[in-house]
Design a protein around this ligand. Structure first.
Ligand code: FAD
Length: 384
C-alpha cells in the first residue's frame, strides 16, 4: 500500500495552489456569489493551465490522467479556493460527450472549450415529478414521419442550464409512462425554437446558477443523439459512479478549508482568559473534524484507485457519497460551532461553505438513495 504522491501529482497540486492563490481572492469570490457567475479571466486561466483537459482523450487535445490524479486536483481546487465554483464540472459533461457522443459532437465540444474555457453543456435529468425516481420522468421524444423527433417535457435544477450553449437531455423514447424503461440521450442546443428556461434560486452554491428548462415540441435530428437509442438510463447510471466520487472530492476540499478556518480561529479566540483551543469540548470538535476529513479522504482515494484498476465500485461509490458528503458537511457544521456568533455572519466564509456543502448531499443522488443502492449490495455481499 503506497499513500505517497508521485512527483507529477505533487507538481500538479503545486500549480493548483498557485492558480487558486492568484485568482480566488476573497473579494473575487464574494463578487462571484453576488453576480452568480465567474469571471472569464479565471475560466480562461483554468483552461490555459490544462486542468480542464485532464482525463480527456489525447486525440482530442486532452491530457491523460487517472481518476486518483483527477480526484487530487479537484480536492485541492476546492480546498484552496474555498468556494463552490463551476470549473471542474466542465470535465463531467465533457466526459459524457467523449464517451457517448458522435465524432461531430466531440469535435464541437472541444472546439468550444478551447475557444471559451466554458463547458459546452449542462445535464438535464431531474424533473419536478421525478428526482431520485428517474424512471418516472415524462420528458419524451416522438419520431415524426420525416425522420426527425419532437421533444417535450420539463427538466429542473439544471446546473448552468441557462448559461451554457447546449444541454444533454435524457428523455423517454416514444412513451412517457413509468413502465417504459427505454430512454435516450440527446445533445440539445439551448437556442433551438421551443427551448426556454426559468431561473431558480438556491440557498447555497450561488456562484453556479441553476434553472428549469422547458422543451415544447423541440425538433431534434438523429445527429443530436448521444449513444445508442434506448440505453440513455444505463449510460447515465454508469457515469454517476464517477461523478459521485468527484462530488466527494469537492466536499473533502471544502471540509479541509472549513477545518483550517475553524482551527485558526480557535487558536486566536479568547474565552475565560485563554484561547478556546484549551477547552476540551473545542478540542473534541477539532479532533472529530480531522477524523471525518481523513476518513472521507481515505475512502475517496481507495474508491478512485479501484476505478483505475477497473474494479466494480457500485457499492463503494454509493457508500462514499453517503458517508463522505454528510461527514464533510458535519465538519462545516462543527466549524460553525467553533465560530459561534461570528460564524453566523457574512464577515467570515464558514456560513457560505456550510450552505454550499449541504447542497452536495442532494446533487448526484441523496443520502437515502445512496443507502438504497449500497444496502442492497451489502446484503448481497454477505448472503452466503
Ligand atoms: C446543488 C444541486 C445541483 C443539481 N444539479 C442538477 C443538474 O445539473 N441536473 C439535474 O438533472 N439535476 C440536478 N440536481 C437535482 C438532484 O439530482 C435531485 O435533487 C436529486 O436527485 C433528488 O431528487 P429530488 O430533489 O426530486 O428529491 P426526491 O426524489 O423527491 O426525494 C425526496 C426525499 O425522499 C427520499 N427518497 C426518494 N426516494 C427514496 C427511496 N427509494 N428510498 C429512500 N428515500 C427516498 C429522498 O432521499 C429525499 O429525502 C441538482 C440538485 C442540487 C441540490
Amino acid at each position: 500500500m503506497d499513500f505517497a504522491l508521485t512527483d507529477e501529482q505533487q507538481l500538479l497540486l503545486e500549480s493548483v495552489d498557485e492558480f487558486c492563490e492568484r485568482y480566488f481572492t476573497e473579494d473575487v469570490v464574494k463578487q462571484m456569489y453576488e453576480t452568480h457567475c465567474m469571471p472569464d479571466e479565471i475560466v480562461e486561466a483554468y483552461r490555459d493551465a490544462g486542468f480542464g483537459l485532464m482525463g480527456i482523450p489525447e486525440e482530442y487535445g486532452g491530457i491523460p490522467a487517472d481518476r486518483v490524479t483527477i480526484g487530487l486536483m479537484i480536492e485541492r481546487l476546492y480546498h484552496k479556493s474555498g468556494c463552490m465554483h463551476i470549473l471542474y464540472q466542465n470535465s463531467l459533461s465533457m466526459f459524457d460527450i467523449m464517451e457517448f457522443g458522435t465524432e461531430a459532437q466531440k469535435q464541437e465540444a472541444m472546439e468550444h472549450y478551447l475557444e471559451t474555457g466554458w463547458p459546452i453543456a449542462s445535464l438535464s435529468i431531474s424533473e419536478p415529478g421525478a428526482g431520485s425516481d428517474n424512471r418516472s420522468m415524462t420528458a419524451v421524444t416522438k419520431k415524426q414521419e420525416d425522420g426527425t423527433y419532437k421533444l417535450s417535457g420539463q427538466k429542473t435544477w439544471v446546473t448552468m442550464g441557462s448559461v451554457l450553449p447546449y444541454t444533454i437531455v435524457v428523455a423517454k423514447d416514444e412513451d412517457p409512462s413509468s413502465d417504459n424503461g427505454s430512454m435516450s440521450l440527446w445533445l440539445v442546443k439551448m437556442d433551438t425554437p421551443g427551448v426556454s428556461t426559468a431561473p431558480l434560486h438556491k440557498i447555497g452554491q450561488q456562484c453556479i446558477p441553476f434553472c428549469e428548462v422547458y422543451f415544447d415540441d423541440v425538433v431534434l435530428t438523429e445527429e443530436q443523439r448521444m449513444g445508442n437509442s434506448g440505453e440513455g438510463f444505463m449510460m447515465l447510471m454508469k457515469n454517476f459512479e464517477v461523478e459521485r466520487a468527484y462530488i466527494v472530492a469537492e466536499q473533502v476540499g471544502l471540509a479541509q478549508a472549513a477545518l483550517e478556518d475553524a482551527a485558526k480561529y480557535a487558536n486566536q479566540r479568547i474565552a475565560f482568559g485563554k484561547p478556546i483551543t484549551r477547552l476540551q469540548m473545542i478540542q473534541e470538535l477539532l479532533c472529530d473534524m480531522e477524523i471525518k476529513v481523513q476518513n472521507t479522504r481515505n475512502m475517496l482515494y481507495r474508491t478512485l484507485w479501484m476505478m483505475d484498476e477497473g474494479q466494480p465500485v457500485q457499492l463503494e461509490s454509493a457508500m462514499l457519497k453517503r458517508y463522505g458528503c454528510s461527514e464533510c458537511f458535519n465538519v462545516a457544521n462543527d466549524a460553525l460551532e467553533v465560530y459561534a456568533g461570528l460564524g453566523y455572519t457574512t464577515e467570515v466564509r464558514i456560513g457560505r461553505l456550510w450552505a454550499d456543502m449541504r447542497g452536495n448531499m442532494f446533487g448526484g443522488g441523496t443520502h437515502e438513495i445512496m443507502a438504497y443502492i449500497a444496502g442492497r449490495q451489502v446484503a448481497k455481499k454477505y448472503a452466503e
